[in-house]
Ligand binder design. Sequence first.
Ligand code: ADP
Length: 457
Amino acid sequence: MNCIIIMDEHGRILHINDAFKNAFGFNEEDLIGRHIRILFTEQDRQALRPEMELSLVKKQGFSSDQNYTMHKNGQSIWVSGESVWVESKEHGNCIVKVIQNIHSQKLQEKFLKETNEFSHTIFESIEDALLVVNMDMIILKANAALYRMFGLQASTLEGTHLPALDEQLNMGLRMNDKLKKLEYDGSFSDELQWSIPGGNHRTLRLNGRFLAQDAEQEKRILLLFHDISQQKQSEQQREDLINFVSHELRNPMANLALVLELLPEAVTSNNIPETEDYLEKAKVNLRRLKQVIGELHDVTRAGTGNLTVQKASFNLQGVIREAIDTVRMLHPSHQVIAPQEADVTVQADRFRLVQVLNNYLTNAIKYSPGADKVVMNVSRDNGFLVVSVKDFGPGIPADQLPHVFNKYYRGQSTVKIDGIGLGLYVCKEIIYAHGGQVWAVSEEGRGSTFFFSLPAS
Ligand code: ADP
């Protein structure tokens, strides 16, 4: 079955068998009497490989190698060849060369090598952290992203034990449960809360599956860690927002619906005080709806960088007066004491400034239900005008104070009071757009003071 060539000691071909003829497309006329070189590739001929092979077989009695042999049609075919030196007084010395076609084996090797390189490149360049472990939880492979994600020194994990890594990093892997699921379903997916040093934690999605294997290979598991903290955070924010919005819109809507239902009867029976009362309630609820929708709109604009301000010059006192009048009408429970020194010109967006003042004043009243006054002040500080609104409410605990200007932030003790945690965030964005600052000081039990500054013109 093997291909055989017999040649003389100089390499001239004397005989080829049928297997060779079939495999390489030659017949006797093509080769007999020709030098063996004809079967080598151009490159091998230039490298004098035929001559080297002949001299080796003459010297040591045999030689073997793997190289290309030319098919008659010009194709190079990978072969493994073994040549033996045969001495014969009768027929003269000759060389017998046995050739095996290993082309498909070589192609397969090449394909495997390329596939390995390909998967290695993917493994290393993928953004998600990857680990390959065996069934004893020994780490066989870890990619660059994994070392990056967990802040580990490169190439330190191979050969170590996964539970030790789990303990070191405090990931809460609980691989035993996952292995059961893996055996049962062929894959698993889970979320991990990874506590990172410094008190923070991240949410990781962990996917696991068996790697493809053949019968002799040991079972290996591929673990993929994907950091979904950001996605979780925005999901949570979206959910919170929907909750807020539905809650904050539902209440005034329900009130409005009720008022509108009761109003006709009051009108028909000509009950003026009741009619007026219902109309007032309708107005309050409508105002609340308008405010929630306005704040949501502003937040979206701030998020997309579209909360722009249109500055003009005007007197601060007039604007403060306007804001106080509005608040006074809506909240007669509190007296708002106007500032002394507000007779100054500012360069600002009038409409937006009223919005900020309204927000500060409304919060001061809303969050101090037991008090009866709010004090405003205007001062100058280092080229800035500083406006403050002081209330005499319960104040804000020190650990919550740094968060009051954050998006969606609501103080723990004030969740029962109407609000969606966006007013101060929008104020901050408006004041930043003017080149100013916002801040607050508070003393528990004594009240809070909210400040904003504007560049003095
Ligand atoms: P909202 O009033 O709609 O909740 P804000 O952004 O205006 O949203 O306020 C955020 C949070 O800051 C409030 O929920 C409240 O807990 C707290 N806060 C704001 N102003 C005051 C204040 N004057 N006194 C006490 N807490 C306040």
